[in-house]
Design a binder for this molecule. Sequence first.
Ligand code: FEO
Length: 189
Amino acid sequence: MLGNPTKTTKTKRNMKDLLSLKISLHAEIEAILNKQIKYEAYSSSLYLAMSSWCDDQGLDFSADFFAKQSEEERGHMLKLFNYVNARGGRAISPEVTGIPQEFDSFHSLFEQTLQQEMFVTQQFNLIADSCIQLKDFVTFQFIQWFLEEQIEEEYVARRVLEMFDVIGEEGTGKWEIDKSIPKVAYSKE
Ligand code: FEO
């Protein structure tokens, strides 16, 4: 026997209402956060490739530095991923392609790192802007942590590039820079 059509429509409407209650993220914010998940995954894979390149060149401290950076980026990706799902959205497991495996020089790794971090900062600024426009102050607050993190990440890349300017890569310079990498740290004070 077929069900009462009026009752079925009503049930469907109730389901729809329930679903919209479950989703508290604006579709545009969900999409922009999913894009960011992909950028963080790209950063993680890029730094892992850099770590491998350094390892191959005998630049052990830098290999370790980039391996840790890669882990951090995966952490950023998961933080965003979990947030999208927790707010009733649907986080997308990102497909990452086009990771370079070869690099021109030791110096170019940090130039590329700085470029990547500046790009990521720009993206978070765009997310912040969308949050304000769509009055999503919860996500706006959530991404403050990432914006703070970007200050540190850009700072570290710039400091290392300064070391290249001061020490230079000639002679034992490259090894000196490599040895100094773990000492580069950002302090809020
Ligand atoms: Fe997660 Fe370095 O941006």
